[in-house]
Write a protein that binds this ligand. Sequence first.
Ligand code: NAI
Ligand code: MG
Length: 365
Amino acid sequence: MAQHKLFLLPGDGIGTEIMAEVEKLIAHLNNTGATDFATESGLVGGSAYDVHGAAISEEDMEKALASDAVIFGAVGGPKWDNVPYEARPEAGLLRLRKDLGLFANLRPAICYRALAQASSLKPELVEGLDILIVRELTGGVYFGEPKEITELGNGQKRAVDTQVYESYEIDRIARVAFDLAMTRGKKVHSADKKNVMKSGVLWDEVVRQAASDYPEIELQHILADNAAMQLVRTPKQFDVMVTDNLFGDILSDVAAMLTGSLGMLPSASLGAPDPQTGKRKAMYEPVHGSAPDIAGKAIANPIAMIASFAMALRYSFDMIELADKVEKAISDVLDDGLRTGDIMQTGCRQVTTSEMGDAIIAKLQ
Ligand code: NAI
Ligand code: MG
């Protein structure tokens, strides 16, 4: 078995606590011969600032670039509120995304059976829900130029953000969505606002063109505002949804919240395939932040972090069965009634971060 290199960046706050559970899981998988991961850890965010005076050191950036996958915890916290802008904790995350070229953000919204009651929607609307939102992450209105606020001289100001997409950026994200859909329900919704935006017109044109290489995929166009409505009306109609950076930011948060707590939500960010090896740079991280309000109390929910690691097994290492097994183990411990505080329900048993991690590993045995 080829040895795979994982670079672990726990970060700050609960980041270190939830990463400890992934490290236990990796040790278990290595010990049982299921995997052969070589792991190394680095510093990112405030914890890197305290040591290096930067949100990530050059040495750790190089290690991230040389790894097969980066597993990222969370960064930030009030302690670093006043550090220089370039060294703030989020700068480490942004640098990683940029230097690794992570243009595709995968945000699953999976509703575990045991948590269907906890959704803000009726349980029957969300039970069995399994949506994957594929968000373009490096283009669009968050990065387009000009981007400025100017004084108009009459006491008024003018703010400009620019939505820019080139066809290659749309084509590559569409292909990521189609490739993923081929391993799932083969249904893709492409969301844009082509009724009022030129970038939407191009988005739709390029997505349709790319789809012609995927005759088995059922492609449907949807306007982004309608997508938001449909997500809360009948979410199970969706399988894969591909959309731009801004709409994806919002729609992925909407979809995610159908399924319960922030502590349950994983994500993956993928780069372009290497022309030689075909392998993509990738980073896996929970959607939540460093939760300073509960850090150090051993009560953080490690499931988003562990589910992010399961996505690494699936998308970086093609270990589909093992990824399924880890996800099933999560579902099983929830069925057994184990809960961290954030997802606690009456009749369930509250456990610590580490007890939850141990219980998930025990289900794999
Ligand atoms: P947050 O996601 O850290 O926390 C929001 C709320 O959810 C808190 O009440 C927290 O206790 C709870 N929560 C989050 N994850 C949890 C888990 N695994 N288990 C149990 N409860 C959990 O967002 P917030 O409070 O807005 O930001 C805190 C810090 O995290 C800030 O410095 C922010 O900049 C940073 N942040 C970092 C992110 C990242 O590293 N990707 C993403 C979002 C925020
Ligand atoms: Mg968001």
